[in-house]
Ligand binder design. Structure first.
Ligand SMILES: [Zn+2]
Length: 282
């Protein structure tokens, strides 16, 4: 979190509101967030915002003069647009871009980790940036027609679908929803998909991400809320009935997240071993 749908709605809302706005000044109070020094952040001062777009799970603020602000929100960042300037005591602030009309675009990050990052890049350097250059094809709106060559690796689907170098945009929340929608086991291997399963998976990827973005179009407004209302049916719903068949949704616990699935429809009624429990019992 945030994944492709959350970043997409953020880019749409910010782009519509900021296009043409002139940048007055910039500030990086989160000393660790800014990862580049040439061009300097102040190179943006006096320039107009051309637009805001999404690449994978990254946000790009395009600025006149062929400059780009590449932002990765990581797990707890938000890019939010406010009508007023923040108090500099706001400890969640990592980057501030102030416009001449008095508004402020803020990269904020919640929690204790400082992981969200920003790079100011020239044209050409954006495409070559290490995270951007290594991205797989976008999961939405039009992933490759045949997913089999892409996923042809001996790795479980729940892991390979979250690998941004394989396919860009999907993370822990939406992978559970997609696999549930496709009625596929999270532990089925990528190289073990038949034609029909691959086609079903592609339909599920497009359909689930489409549905999430449509939902956000209805409910998400500026400044962009701290907590986005994720319309999840399966992920984090362990112990609740499957919305389709009523079977109890089962969890698999990992160190810092939980994977959820419907055993009846996804794993042939097999309840997968909970890794946390089996480790405790060893
Ligand atoms: Zn079910």
């Amino acid at each position: 979190m945030p994944e492709l749908p959350e970043v997409e709605i953020t880019a749409r809302r910010l782009g519509a509101a900021l296009r043409g706005a002139e940048i007055e000044s910039t500030l990086a109070p989160g000393i660790n967030a800014l990862k580049t020094f040439d061009p300097p952040l102040h190179a943006l001062d006096g320039l107009a915002v051309v637009g805001v777009r999404r690449i994978g799970k990254h946000l790009v603020v395009d600025v006149a003069g062929d400059l780009h602000v590449l932002v990765h929100l990581m797990s707890a960042g938000r890019l939010q647009l406010y009508d007023k300037r923040a108090s500099l005591r706001d400890r969640t602030s990592r980057l501030l871009i102030r416009t001449t009309d008095g508004r402020e675009l803020r990269l904020r990050e919640f929690g204790t980790k400082q992981a969200a990052w920003v790079k100011v890049l020239r044209n050409g350097d954006l495409e070559a940036e290490e995270h951007v250059a290594t991205l797989g094809p976008e999961a939405w709106p039009d992933p490759p027609e045949d997913l089999r060559p892409l996923l042809d690796v001996p790795r479980p689907l729940h892991s390979v679908l979250r690998d941004q170098r394989v396919i860009a945009g999907i993370g822990r929340s939406w992978v559970d929803e997609i696999l549930w929608e496709a009625r596929l086991s999270p532990f089925k291997r990528g190289d073990d998909l038949d034609d029909e399963e691959a086609a079903e998976l592609r339909r599920a990827i497009v359909g689930v991400l489409d549905g999430a973005i449509e939902h956000y179009e209805r409910v998400v407004q500026l400044p962009i809320p701290d907590k986005l209302p994720l319309p999840l049916k399966v992920h984090r719903h362990q112990g609740e009935p499957c919305p389709r068949c009523g079977t109890t949704i089962e969890p698999v616990h990992y160190e810092d997240y939980v994977m959820c699935y419907c055993p009846h429809e996804q794993t042939g009624d097999k309840v997968l071993k909970d890794r946390r429990l089996s480790r405790l019992l060893k």
